[in-house]
Write a protein of this length. Structure first.
Length: 207
């Protein structure tokens, strides 16, 4: 029953949402409105569950003195301080909560993206080495696009920015659309497998 009931809920709701999208009827619209109201009610319980899971995982690491358990301590302390400041002073501009957000969260997010830039540069260096015809074409296209996005490219010749726009709007856009179609088909196939009960890994415990 622990697996059957959740599976029935997913199957029934899946078909109901498919009906809501493809059958423009008042009944399906009312069902969607009713569901969204329940989402607002269930949402806070999901937050409580997530916070509880976070605390359990990190307190367990602290008790076991697992590798890098100090980071778990920092996570718990930051969670408590941020939550208390939000409840006591609110989350408006000028409150301690916003000060924490702007001076801790935003710089850490910028740091993560800057590290990601180095990984992208490393991957680009490996991909752009002209060891084949495809890699050579990729290298040339990348050089043209990079030059076309800075003022030096316009200073060299106006053909470089024009070529950049053509590369972005024709072959690049075609590739993006192809990837988008593939992602959409994959999402559709996965959704159908979940709705029909074929894919059950989200229930846990294997098949």
């Amino acid at each position: 029953m622990k697996r059957t009931i959740p599976l029935l809920i997913v199957i029934i709701l899946g078909f109901l949402f498919v009906a809501y999208v493809f059958i423009p009827h008042k009944v399906s619209a009312d069902f969607y409105d009713w569901y969204m109201k329940w989402i607002k009610v269930i949402g806070p319980f999901a937050v409580v569950l997530g916070v509880g899971s976070l605390i359990m995982v990190h307190t367990s690491k602290i008790k076991r003195k697992a590798p890098n358990w100090g980071y778990s301590m920092v996570t718990i302390v930051a969670l408590v301080i941020t939550t208390l400041t939000g409840f006591i002073w609110g989350i408006q501009e000028g409150t301690p909560f916003m000060w924490i957000f702007k001076n801790f969260n935003v710089p850490m997010g910028a740091t993560m993206f800057s590290l990601l830039a180095f990984y992208i540069a490393s991957a680009a260096y490996k991909a752009f080495r002209a060891r084949s015809v495809e890699a050579t074409v990729l290298l040339i296209a990348a050089i043209i696009v990079m030059l076309g996005r800075v003022s030096i490219g316009q200073a060299i010749t106006h053909w470089i920015p024009d070529a950049t726009e053509w590369i972005l709007n024709v072959p690049n856009l075609a590739a993006k659309r192809g990837i988008g179609l593939g992602v959409g088909l994959g999402m559709t196939a996965t959704s159908l497998k979940i709705i029909l009960g074929i894919e059950r890994s989200y229930l846990g415990g294997g098949k």
